[in-house]
Design a protein around this ligand. Structure first.
Ligand code: HEM
Length: 434
């Protein structure tokens, strides 16, 4: 560090020399982006170590995971750290995305960074999914088989499926492709996108912070030096997070079932938890809607979101959680509505006989696709306009309320599939799920 400088050169590429005091408040970001970054670094480090032992061939992959456990000091611990960091990353990146959304950090000059973030989110999911297969155990093999079979319902999906599997289904070809994507392709993309992400944050002069936009030219926000104020916090957060993952990895092992057996499908066979929401949707909607149309609409909304112009939304709202205190109360109401309606929908759909029994002869795409999807979309629209009128919400508040409703609904679907689906994917409760 040269004399007179406040922090080393490379730090000044990432952080400004000083930042507003307000941006240091935990509630402005909950440090979720920073935590995600630490987890990515932990994943890259532990993954690189495992590469010394792991062999990406169906005949050796499972054995090499056992070898890591039994023949290397801390081998199992490193695998555990990789496993817990990956699962936690899905949670923290999703939470970070929600934080940015609910503080309005996706607008104006941060628009492009939101789009980069969406790519990063896809990379995180793909990275976890491709890594899921590598231990080559029963859970991994069948979870990936289920997900790849979903491609069959997408227009042109058979071509996509052909890229990953051969006539025997998930095979050596799949394992090697997943291995290459997991260890080279996706990490390279993530490093590129993260570089752009941090550069854009720097260019936007840090994170979105409530109240700063309201200051006039003459008023200056209270500033503090990045070093030590921010750097010290970052160092402490890193140490706590790494210690937490290490303690978790010391006491709990990453799961490893029996070696993959293409002739013996477990019942139920479930997708990885972060795709379980879509597997649950498959039980209620025609596959075209569950694994193509709904995810496609979701992705389009994520990309289009920063370009929506809301009436009455102004810069005063930037950095304010849920737009206003009224927005906060309405969001809580939307959570309750979603919990009740989504659970009721799942229960009713389980009890009521298939639509085909009362409407025989109606094409399945109508009875299990267009009709239930149309009804669900109508319900969301009615909820949107009813809340808007009832509570005199602005366009942005009403949009946010519907978003909360849909996010919670998707979470209920995910939890139901993970915890309450047993043999034959039937609903089960507590001990009944076996
Ligand atoms: C590996 C994944 C990611 C990493 C490591 C990451 C990291 C970060 C960091 C460190 C920040 C600074 C503030 C904070 O800690 O919250 C940030 C801000 C931001 N992130 Fe991410 N991020 C990731 C994924 C995403 C995703 C999925 C989105 C949205 C789709 C997103 C959108 C943004 C935006 C728009 C900002 C600026 C917001 C503001 O100024 O308040 N990021 N990110």
């Amino acid at each position: 560090m040269k004399k007179g400088r406040t922090s080393p050169g490379f730090i000044r590429h990432i952080h400004p020399v000083s930042i507003p005091l307000k941006a240091l408040e935990l509630k402005s970001t909950w440090a979720l982006g920073g935590i995600s970054l630490i987890l990515v670094m932990l994943l890259m480090g532990s993954g690189a170590l495992m590469l010394f032992v792991y062999r990406p061939f169906p005949a050796y992959a499972y054995a090499s995971v056992l070898e890591l456990k039994n023949q290397y000091s801390f081998g199992q611990m490193i695998r555990n750290m990789h496993y817990f960091a990956a699962n936690l990353l899905v949670v923290t990146v999703f939470a970070h995305m929600l934080r940015v959304f609910f503080t309005g950090g996706y607008q104006g000059q941060r628009r492009l960074n939101w789009i980069v973030g969406v790519y990063l989110f896809c990379c995180v999911l793909l990275s976890c999914f491709t890594g899921y297969l590598l231990p080559w155990d029963q859970t991994a093999y069948w979870a990936v088989t289920i997900c790849i079979n979903m491609f069959g319902y997408i227009p042109g999906g058979d071509i996509l499926k052909g890229l990953f599997v051969n006539s025997h289904g998930v095979s050596e070809k799949t394992l090697q492709l997943f291995f290459t994507l997991h260890t080279t392709g996706i990490p390279s993309l993530m490093i590129l996108f993260m570089g752009i992400h941090f550069w854009k944050i720097r260019k936007a002069k840090g994170v979105v912070t409530s109240g700063l936009n309201l200051l006039t030219e003459a008023e200056k926000p209270v500033m503090v030096k990045t070093n030590p104020h921010l750097l010290l916090r970052e160092a402490v957060a890193t140490l706590i997070l790494v210690a937490f993952i290490m303690v978790l990895s010391f006491f709990f092992d990453a799961p490893l079932g029996d070696m993959a057996n293409a002739g013996l499908s477990p019942n139920p066979a479930k997708a990885p938890w972060y795709f379980s929401g879509f597997q649950e949707l498959l039980l209620h909607f025609h596959p075209f809607f569950a694994v193509f149309l709904i995810p496609f609409m979701l992705l389009c909304t994520l990309f289009y979101l920063p370009f929506i112009r809301f009436k009455h939304r102004d810069i005063q709202d930037e950095g304010v959680w849920f737009i206003s205190s009224r927005g906060k109360k309405i969001a809580v109401a939307a959570v309750l509505f979603a919990m009740i309606l989504a659970s009721a929908f799942i229960l009713v759909d389980e009890i009521v006989p298939d639509v085909q029994t009362w409407l025989p002869g109606v094409p399945v795409i109508l009875s299990e696709g267009v009709i239930p999807f149309g009804l669900a979309a109508l319900l969301v629209l009615l909820f949107h306009f009813w809340m808007k009128k009832q509570f005199r919400l602005s366009d942005a508040e009403a949009f946010q309320t519907s978003a909360v409703f849909l996010i919670i609904t998707f979470m209920i679907f995910t939890l139901t599939c993970v915890w309450f689906r047993g043999e034959g994917m039937k609903l089960c409760f507590l001990g009944g799920c076996g």
